[in-house]
Design a protein around this ligand. Structure first.
Ligand code: ATP
Ligand code: MG
Ligand code: FE
Length: 353
């Protein structure tokens, strides 16, 4: 089966074509076109919804043609068209969702509405053979949560952030340090040259019941430290980046440990831990989770960084997984700017919106 997927929920316009494999283990990415709008938002220090929606309109048609061209297939040979229907910025979602529905209608092929977080959670099954159930850590600019993935369309949230998302914390701290948006990758780079033990930043929620996260206190602690320093030197900035990253790594590992415990209590032993979302590209986080999984005897499935951040292949793959389960949607499916993963299960009616 071959499915085209469209992603426009935030600041990437992305289109991809993926295929499944005989035997059902993983999939193949036939094309994966991603256009980041970062340059258009950089001057504002974050994503501007109206600019994002217009930019998606400008490039989406061309990107669809390019994705089909690079996949060397004709639109009529697709088995379905999938689009991210949320959660995300409503203007952007509307652009991708409408394009996806129009393409499906014109081709007379099934349409699949994909939850963007579901796509991050299922990506591990595109890159490796992995059975349900498994634990997914989703960490991005807009989301930070731990989810029990029990099957396609069957997701149970175990914990989420009560304030800032992990990527938001990286971006806000980067801004305080005078670094450009998005700050995550720059903090990671500077942290390599910094002293992670120089500043003893708080590790909120450590050891706490449940598997929720809290990151705004950590961000505030960094702000206060910067105020104390006055004008931080180049070395101060590196040490602040390293110390902040060390704290967030500790928080993430502790919350994952708590998530594994909750998972076992509620759903039995997981088949593995998977990561998704832009922050999952962070090397320090990957290394710490690799070590945690070795110690816990848990399989760690970490898709390559380009599949952790937003792209079309993850939407196409989630669409393909849903199609195989007979979970398609009608063309009345409306954008869902807010769409918690737990709600996806109740939306999963065979052949209906
Ligand atoms: P959504 O939350 O809907 O998935 P998003 O656009 O925030 O949307 P991504 O594009 O997956 O999601 O992630 C972007 C975020 O990831 C930004 O906050 C960015 O700073 C962060 N990020 C990217 N690379 C790294 C890195 N190496 N280390 C830390 N954070 C990173
Ligand atoms: Mg993005
Ligand atoms: Fe995302």
């Amino acid at each position: 089966m071959r499915v085209l997927g469209i992603e426009t929920t935030c600041d990437e316009t992305a289109v991809a074509v993926v295929a499944d494999r005989l035997g059902g283990d993983g999939g193949d990415i036939l094309s994966n076109e991603v256009l980041s709008q970062i340059a258009q938002h950089a001057a504002y220090g974050g994503v501007v919804p109206e600019i994002a929606a217009r930019a998606h309109i400008d490039v989406l048609d061309r990107l669809i043609s390019r994705a089909l061209g690079h996949a060397k297939i004709e639109a009529k040979d697709l088995d379905a068209v999938a689009a991210a229907a949320g959660p995300g910025l409503v203007g952007g979602v509307l652009v991708g969702l409408t394009a996806g529905k129009a393409l499906a209608l014109a081709l007379g092929k099934p349409f699949v509405a994909v939850n963007h977080l579901e796509a991050h959670a299922l990506t591990a099954r595109l890159t490796e053979a992995l059975n349900f159930p498994f634990l997914a850590l989703l960490v991005s600019g807009g989301h930070t949560q731990l989810v029990a993935v029990k099957g396609v369309g069957d997701y149970r949230r175990l914990g989420s952030t009560v304030d800032d998302a992990a990527g938001e914390a990286f971006d806000k701290v980067a801004k305080m340090l005078g670094l450009a948006y998005p700050g995550g990758p720059q903090i990671e780079k500077l942290a390599l040259q910094g002293e992670p033990h120089r500043f003893d930043f708080p590790r909120p929620m450590l050891g706490r019941e449940g598997a929720d996260f809290s990151l705004s206190g950590l961000k505030t602690a960094v702000r206060l430290e910067i105020l104390k320093l006055g004008t931080p030197s180049e070395k101060d900035v590196k040490d602040l980046a390293a110390s902040f990253q060390a704290a967030i790594v500790d928080v993430i590992v502790d919350r994952v440990r708590a998530g594994v415990r909750l998972f076992i209590e509620r759903h039995g032993a997981p088949q593995g831990l998977v990561i998704g979302g832009g922050v999952a590209a962070n090397g320090a986080i990957r290394r710490a989770l690799t070590q945690f999984c070795v110690e816990s005897g848990l399989r760690f499935v970490s898709p390559p960084a380009n599949l952790c951040s937003d792209n079309g292949a993850i939407i196409a793959w989630a669409g393909l997984e849903r199609l195989k389960c007979g979970l398609t949607n009608d063309l009345a499916f409306a954008p869902r700017p807010r769409w918690p993963l737990d709600a996806v299960a109740s939306d999963a009616h065979h052949g209906k919106a």
